[in-house]
Each structure stands twice: as C-alpha cells, then as structure tokens.
Design a protein around this ligand. Sequence first.
Ligand code: FMN
Length: 448
Amino acid sequence: MRNLKIGVFENAQTNASGTATWRHPDSRRHLFDTLEYWRDLAAVCEDAKLDFLFLADAWGWSEIDGTRPAIATEETLDLPRLDPIVVASALLSTTTNLGLVMTGSVLVEPPYAFARRLATLDQLSGGRIGWNIVTTGTADTAVKAFGMDMVAHDDRYRMAEDFLELVYKYWEGAWEPDALEKDKEGRFADPAKVHLVSHKGPFFRSEGYGNTARSPQGTPVLFQAGASPAGRRVGGRHGECMFVGSGSIAQLAGHTSSIREEAVKAGRRADDVKVMSAFSCVIGATTQDAERRYQRILDAQRPEVTVASYAMFTGLDLSSYAPETPMAELSTELSQTQVARFADKTVGDVLADWHTHGVGARPVVGTAEEIADEICALADGADLDGFLLSPTVQPASTTEFVESVLPILRERGVFRGEYTEGESLRERLTGASDGALPDSHPAARFRH
Ligand code: FMN
C-alpha cells in the first residue's frame, strides 16, 4: 500500500506555468500580493495534512527579439511577482506542520547569503523547509537584470554542482549539531565544534565561518526538476524529491526509472529519491459537468498569449517559423524539456494548443472518484511516491481537491489522516529517522 506524498504547486505571481487563467470568475490569483491569500491557502493545505506548499520562482520575463511583448503585461504572464523566500517566512507563524518548499536559483543567488537565508527559515520553522534547486527558466533575461553574461544550459548544471558543494560545506560542516551549549554558567558554544569553511570551485569561492549555526535539518530537503540529461544527472546525485511533469503512465514510468537509475549510478539507493509528478485536475459532479467546468477554464484564457508564453520558457519565437516546421528541428539554451516534449509535433501544433496547458499537460477531467482512480493508477503504474497538485484556478482547485478527492484517497488508505511521521519535512517525505540527510548523500562527506 502506497503512502502518497502530496504538495501544492504555487507561484507568488498571478499566472504560472504558461497558462493565463486569472480572468476566471473563481480565480483569486490576482490577490497573490496580499498576505491574506497566502495565509488562507496555507491554512487549507495544513488543515488537509498536505505535505507542503511549493512556491516556484523565476527571475526573468518573456522577451521576443529583445522586446517584452505587451500581452505579457496585459495578461500578467510573468511579472509582477513576489520573492518566494519572503512569502515563506511570512507563513512560518501561521503554520505549524506544513512544509514550505521554495525555488532558489544557482545562477543568480550568492551561495553564502542563500545558505544563511534558508538556514534561518529552517531554524525558525523547526525543520520544515525544502529547496527546489533550479538553474533558472528565463535565464536569458535574468542574467541581463543581474548584469551577468549568459551561461549555457549544461554549464548552468555544472554551476549547480559547484553551488551545492559550497552550501553543503556551510550547512553540514560549519557548525556541528551540538556546538551550541547556551550555558549561562559555562559558555555559549564550543569552539572545537565550529569550523572554517574553504571552497575554491570552478564558479564559486568562499572562505569563512557559517553565519548561521546548524538548523534542525542542516541541509533543507533538496528538490529538483531538471529533465534534460544534465538535469537528471544532477537530480540523481543530489535530489531527495524529484518533480516530474505530468504525463501518461508509460511516460511517467520512463521518467521515474531514469531518475532512479541516475541515483544508483551516483552510489545511492533507487528509493533514496522520491519522485512526485505534477498533477492537474478539474472535478465535477459528473464527467460531463467536469468537462463543462474545464471548458469554462479554457474560455477564460486568451489564446494570443501563446507566442509570448512559449518564448518565456524557451527563448524561441514560434511565430517566426513556418507552421509545418518539425519541433525536432528547434533547440534552446533555456528549458530543453519544453522543446523535447513536442518532438513528434510541428510548430503549428504547439501554437494551436500551448495556451491550454503551458508547461503542464491537459488536466484529468472527471468526478472525484475518477480522479482518485487516476491518481492510484499513475502511482502504481509509474512507481510514483506522490503528486504535486498543480491547480488550474486558485484557490478553488485546491479546496475542491481537498474536499472531494482527498477523503477518497484516505478511505483507500493511501493518504494520511494526521501528521504522524516526525517533526521535520525530511522525516515526513523520505522516512528518515531524524531530520538529517542520510550518510549516502553527497553532502554527508562535509560533516565532521
Ligand atoms: N524552473 C524554474 O526556473 N523555477 C521553478 O520554480 C521551477 N519549478 C518546477 C516545478 C516542476 C513541477 C517542474 C516539473 C519543473 C519546474 N521547473 C522550474 C523547471 C525545471 O527546474 C527545469 O528547469 C526544466 O524542467 C528544464 O530543465 P532542463 O533544461 O534540464 O530540461
């Protein structure tokens, strides 16, 4: 019997993932810039005993031939957004068990400062923090904003390896877990348990003491979602939870086994990596009612977003190609996944329906029972550890899922009724016996 992990995908912005559903009457996403939106959503997730709320992120924007298209602003495809780390910190005091997972970019974040910010969150949350390691979608525009040169796709993954080694040294090695004594009759901390860190890598250098002492988990739970060969290698070596896009049982089974193979190649166990698939659904009282509700979501969107939206993820202007051009002829230094997944399609095919799904797939549309069946079939057929619920209209999609699908999953014994698996996010997600990374993880070698 599976014990599914379930998180909710969000972005601290109005639209995400290439679709633009913000005009839908039930959407409250335009209120993403209010604390109430996040507090209420986090409360729904925590009351439902979900594993975590995930805050995705990007730094750049949509650009075609060096110009930001007007429709990107009119339909708020990319900007404005809020900083997910700050949003997460605002939720620390409104939640007690819910995991808070956020994207952080190895391309633009300074690793020493980033290590301190995540350790602070992990400390104050009592070990509920996860980090989604990204090389950054929209890297082409983000680098301009940061005054940097563009870094090629696979070099960004080499940067990731270097960044990770540096932050591991601080999180795992700078302060031993029992360094703080806080003894007013004796001393505050034991100098023998505080270590100087030195790192000279191909991209990053640092020499110093940890600005923060060891937090409950040391290293926050490591999430990763890179799907290219370079991305999967980094994920197999470092990821504890891998996000994969949605797809058929056969597609997902292929992703899951290739991720587990990468983990084994890196000297870890196949199940050291938990695989969670993005999952989107539209629920109705009957199948026909669900189809009608899905059509209303589609009708709320302007298909004209497609060119700007696709360019945001890939830097490619599909309107500049003949519609019959095979997608297999295109290449990008941005998200290679968003080109490779259409290898059997033409530019015209993608132009015709990208706006209906964006980086995701068509949602599963049906009754709560049908959706629960699909979740169980996908988990069993593709060896998945869980799902990242990717809502179409927020917060309604999350509330409907929690109220109608979750009780069925509980009845079938595949989802928890209470938070019982330990205090930290790592214990809950990976079954670890305490909050620390296992000794088989590459970060463990930096411990004293
Ligand atoms: N990329 C980002 O830049 N920021 C994110 O927040 C982010 N979240 C993701 C969440 C999920 C569920 C998935 C499947 C992917 C996400 N990605 C995000 C994209 C991946 O990290 C990765 O950049 C993308 O799959 C392209 O990888 P590739 O170039 O290795 O193919």
